[in-house]
Write a protein that binds this ligand. Structure first.
Ligand code: ATP
Ligand code: MG
Ligand code: MG
Ligand code: MG
Length: 472
């Protein structure tokens, strides 16, 4: 019997527990005291306090399954087999404790021992930093043959200043049938853009300190930080072609099918992209709102707004013309309840926020799509290639189209958006909003966000909405 995603997550944590690690719960997606991050985007992001020495952990060995959001991968969602905006990162960490000679045999044991995940070693490839001879030797020692060890210059983790070091990535070979590049293509190797090989795990050896003057010096305390995408691991273990056919997503896709105009997943490649985007975004917004984020026109809130609207538009492509995204919250909650019971516990609130946002967007959606189509038709007629900043701003401000969405639409039609012009319009609007906000505060007006959620008001344009959120 194939393992479920819940069992797979648990097995990872149990393995590292058996190696003396403390199991930490998943932290909130919203960073605490970290202005450098909009969202928690990896397991190590919530453990910075241990690595920078500001907090000393009870146990220097830690393992977790950490909720993560990466918006930089948004364009990949639905197009690659392996990218999501929300995923769980499984990790094990050494805060100045064990290092390479422990972590490599452990990683190999977890992946290949029949007691644990039991992968066929022939399916696994590792990449190493060319100068990191120690790591290469350790992979050899556990039994990885030389033709499964790939040297790559980009296996070096460095954010400019601070801790850095080489890393080693582990790839799963899904076999020749998934090969989408030619035999002699330079991308035809584990780590290249060949969907045959899926990166499942990244092990970072944080052994150097990148100084402001550019030099790299050895750290007195060396750290290990690893990250394995749960969804990719599950796809490989459950033998699925993409992340989306696993038990983490199929119930969401099935529920979406039921609400669609008779669309079926797997029948049409274009529709499948929409199903995948909806399934991904449903999880992201559910968890983000569950952790306290709210849709708005700035920062995290804007990301949420963009995701909800993108899901609504993709729903429309499947013939769904009623509010539906909020109906996927209980489906997500049911799938995740063994590890994240708080989703079902907070379900009414999460649904209310999503539904309110969907309703508002839907009120102007058709008018916006019509306008956009008109603009595109006009450009094509005149042979122009660029949607003006003013038009993009109008779509954003009056019809609620995030500019990135307009851009995606434009690109599908071989057009572009004048982003500089859009930003100029945006800045002018911000100025106006700032002035208006000053007025409101001086009148001592109350925050009305929560009232708006329970009693969706008639859509009056994002300018007004922006003021309300800004007083949060
Ligand atoms: P890729 O090269 O496939 O984009 P990455 O090298 O950017 O992955 P890392 O930053 O090394 O990813 O993150 C560690 C692990 O987290 C990856 O090996 C992968 O299993 C998982 N992961 C990273 N990004 C995503 C994503 N967008 N969706 C799902 N899983 C991800
Ligand atoms: Mg990536
Ligand atoms: Mg990578
Ligand atoms: Mg990586």
């Amino acid at each position: 019997k194939k393992m479920s995603s819940g069992e797979i997550r648990q097995m990872f944590l149990d393995f590292f527990k058996s190696k003396g690690h403390a199991v930490e719960p998943s932290a909130s997606l919203i960073p605490v005291d970290d202005p450098t991050l909009l969202w928690i985007n990896s397991g190590v992001a919530t453990l910075k306090k241990y690595f920078d020495g500001s907090v000393v952990p009870d146990n220097p060995r830690i393992t977790n399954a950490q909720k993560s959001i990466r918006t930089n991968d948004i364009e990949n969602v639905g197009k690659t087999a392996r990218h999501l905006t929300f995923f769980e990162m499984l990790g094990n960490f050494s805060v100045g404790d064990y290092f390479k000679k422990e972590v490599i045999p452990w990683a190999w044991e977890l992946l290949t021992s029949p007691k644990w995940f039991g992968f066929d070693p022939k399916r696994l490839y590792v990449t190493v930093y060319p100068k990191d001879k120690v790591t290469k030797e350790l992979w050899r020692k556990v039994g990885v043959p030389d033709d499964h060890i790939v040297e790559a210059e980009d296996n070096f983790w460095d954010i400019g200043e601070g801790p850095s070091g080489p890393d080693s990535e582990i790839f799963y070979d899904r076999g020749q049938s998934f090969n989408n590049v030619a035999e002699d293509d330079p991308e035809n190797y584990p780590g290249g853009e060949n969907s045959r090989y899926v990166e499942i795990w990244n092990i970072v050896f944080s052994e150097l300190n990148h100084l402001p003057d550019g030099r790299f010096v050895e750290q007195p305390h060396k750290n290990i930080d690893t990250g394995m995408g749960l969804e990719r691991l599950v796809a490989v273990i459950q033998g699925k072609p993409t992340i989306f056919e696993t038990d983490l997503f199929m119930p969401i896709i099935k529920a979406t099918e039921k609400m669609s105009a008779g669309k079926k997943y797997g029948a049409n490649a274009q529709d499948d992209v929409s199903f995948k985007i909806i399934a991904d975004h449903a999880r992201t917004v559910t968890f983000a709102i569950g952790d306290g984020a709210l849709p708005s026109n700035e920062g995290r809130g804007y990301v949420l707004r963009r995701l909800i609207r993108r899901a609504v538009l993709n729903g429309k492509k499947l013939g769904i013309d009623h509010d539906f995204l909020y109906q996927l919250v209980p489906v997500v909650g049911e799938i995740m309840k063994s590890y994240y019971p708080q989703i079902l516990a907070n379900q009414p609130f999460i649904q209310k926020v999503i539904k309110s946002e969907e309703t508002r967007f839907r009120q102007t959606l058709d008018a916006g799509v019509n306008l956009l189509n008109q603009i595109i038709a006009e450009l094509k007629k005149t042979g122009k290639k660029e949607i003006s900043g003013a038009d993009a701003f109008k779509l954003f401000d009056t019809y609620g189209f995030p500019v990135e969405m307009t851009n995606e639409y434009a690109q599908d039609e071989g057009l572009q958006v004048d982003m500089a012009g859009f930003k100029k319009n945006m800045a002018a609007q911000r100025d106006r909003a700032r002035k208006a906000r000053g007025d409101r505060q001086s009148m001592g007006s109350q925050d009305t966000v929560l009232m708006n959620i329970t009693t969706p008001s008639k859509f009056t344009g994002w300018t007004e909405l922006d003021h309300k959120h800004a007083t949060l």
